[in-house]
Design a protein around this ligand. Structure first.
Ligand SMILES: O=P(O)(O)OC[C@H]1O[C@H](O)[C@H](O)[C@@H](O)[C@@H]1O
Length: 541
């Protein structure tokens, strides 16, 4: 952690004091911690009391947001200033869920037209009127895309299973690994499958390869190219390339360069979500996000969920040196949420230069990882409780299940609370020795075991709680994290909306592919890459 410019001495002092004092003492001193350090936005509760903060340090953190002119920069985003300064683009994913009257006419009409076309298609699918070329009803939808054109829709279609309007099967194919598309095609019927090719640029290697494979497969079963119109749709900003691929004009759905790929599930890239849950539920999904937008714009920073979470993330990254941040969803519906958020967060804030191009001298985006509780308790929680790293955790949990059985939801909820409590309070050596003595283990044996069983505690976490996962709640959650990430980028003074680092790997993969096809070019490669290419070539038969 290098931090010459970003670290405020007063906060650094608070950090040392609070770490020493510890969470248990903070709770003992102030019995109202929950009231003081919790906030709500339309039914979504954030309990952030189990963090290493008190009134003074939190006030100083809030001051960081004021000093960074966060309020003004939030408005600049919503008003469509070109804040993506390396690509000279506006950042307007929030317009996709806004009331048309609240955004510029120039884009409101395009958005409404695209949405209405998607809803028409969705109505046709749910009423059984969407037919393949032989007149059979479409029963499988295959989304072909990668990155932002896959992760968001995949996550949301999974998360909202309880709200699907019909029995249509939704499948997501993303990987260039031929296993992915080939196994999917084996499970599809060419008469009843609809392929949706999602690519903002329509140049992405994986998506084009998989789309070609799907089209070839389709044409081997149905050689009449005209039949493609009943089975292939595309979503892109590059409608020309999609049309060249062979998608008929009426099957092309536009998106715009002011929507970042990882923010694109609100655009036509989210077509599978609307197909799965239908117009009414999709509107509710949008309204959850819209109300979080209003909250982010209007609420005082001290009651503003995205701002609070952003500041706490910065607190641990830049003052405590925490390199990672875990997200543990105690909701099976959210099984894909950590993977989705990895792109959203790490592609946005994995930057090491400021907006003006100067190198930062402080830590930026944390390494985000996670999974679904309670499963994660039986895999990596050990390291959180007793390992050597400080890992702040976001817990996410509902009070009611979408699919209740017996009292399992109460067991799920209590496990979630038990984990954050264990992280916070730990287990002291003296209480362990007492317990061991009661069990008849004495002296050095008791000390030895207590040394191993000791849990330090003092590990911070947030807990986000909602009633039941609905489209509305999912909209709130996604927008909450989008804005948290944006607020952090403002404080770190980095551009959250470009991703130049991804390009290098893409360029090199093209060069290496050409060497694989023409091994004569291999001597331009380093010896490791050359050796691996030679191994590949020798093992093709
Ligand atoms: O939607 P596409 O243009 O096919 O792009 C798909 C993905 O490509 C790259 O990996 C970018 O880094 C991602 O941000 C993007 O979501």
């Amino acid at each position: 952690m290098s931090n010459t410019a970003f670290i405020k001495p007063a906060l650094a002092e608070h950090k040392a004091r609070l770490l020493e004092e510890g969470l248990q003492t903070l709770f003992a001193k102030d019995t109202n911690r929950f009231e003081q350090f919790s906030a709500q936005c339309n039914g979504l509760l954030l309990d952030y009391s189990k963090n290493l903060i008190d009134e003074d340090s939190f006030a100083q953190l809030l001051d960081l947001a004021e000093k960074a002119d966060l309020r003004k920069k939030v408005e600049a985003m919503f008003k469509g200033e070109p804040i993506n300064n390396t690509e000279k683009r506006q950042v307007l994913h929030t317009a996709l869920r806004a009331n048309p009257n609240d955004i510029s006419n120039a884009i409101a009409e395009d958005i409404t037209t695209a949405k209405n076309r998607i809803y028409e298609l969705s109505d046709k699918l749910s009423s059984g009127k969407l037919k393949g070329h032989t007149g059979k009803q479409i029963d499988t939808v295959v989304n072909i895309g990668v990155g932002g054109s896959d992760l968001g829709p995949y996550m949301a279609v999974e998360a909202l299973t309880a709200y699907h309007a019909q029995d249509t099967r939704f499948v997501f194919v993303s990987n260039i690994d031929p296993v992915h598309i080939s196994r999917t095609l084996k499970s599809c019927d060419p008469e009843t499958t609809l392929f949706i090719i999602c690519s903002k640029t329509f140049t992405t290697l994986e998506t084009l390869a998989n789309a070609n494979a799907a089209r070839d497969w389709f044409l081997t079963h149905q050689p009449d190219e005209a039949a493609i119109g009943a089975h292939f749709l595309a979503v892109s900003t590059n409608l020309e390339a999609a049309a060249k691929f062979g998608i008929p004009e009426q099957n092309l759905y536009p998106m715009w360069d002011w929507v970042g790929g990882r923010y694109s599930l609100w655009s036509a890239i989210g077509i599978t979500i609307a197909l799965a849950i239908g117009k009414q539920q999709f509107e509710s999904f949008l309204s959850g996000a819209r109300e979080m937008d209003q909250h982010f714009r209007q609420a005082d920073f001290k009651a503003n969920l995205p701002v609070i979470m952003a500041l706490l993330g910065i607190w641990y990254s830049d003052y405590f040196g925490a390199q990672t941040q875990a997200l543990i969803c105690y909701d099976q519906n959210l099984s894909q949420f950590p993977a989705y958020l990895q792109q959203l967060d790490m592609e946005s804030n994995g930057k090491s230069v400021k907006k003006n191009g100067q190198a930062v001298d402080y830590a930026t985006g944390a390494i985000l990882w996670g999974g679904v509780g309670t499963n994660t308790q039986h895999s990596f929680h050990q390291l959180i409780h007793q390992g050597t790293h400080l890992i702040p955790v976001d817990f996410i949990v509902g009070t009611r299940s979408t699919d209740p059985i017996s009292d399992q939801q109460a067991a799920l909820f209590s496990n979630c609370l038990a984990q954050s409590q264990a992280m916070m309070q730990g287990r002291s050596k003296s209480s362990l020795i007492e317990e061991l003595n009661d069990q008849g283990v004495e002296g050095v044996d008791a000390t030895f075991l207590a040394d191993h069983r000791y849990v330090e505690g003092n590990k911070p976490s947030n807990t986000l709680v909602y009633e039941k996962l609905t489209p509305y709640v999912l909209g709130q959650l996604i927008a909450l994290y989008e804005h948290k990430i944006f607020a952090q980028s403002v404080l770190w003074d980095i551009n959250a909306f470009d991703q130049w680092g991804v390009e290098l790997g893409k360029q090199l993969s093209k060069q290496i592919t050409s060497v694989l096809h023409d091994p004569g070019k291999a001597d331009q490669q380093d010896s490791s890459t050359r050796g691996l290419i030679e191994f590949f070539s020798r093992h093709q038969k």
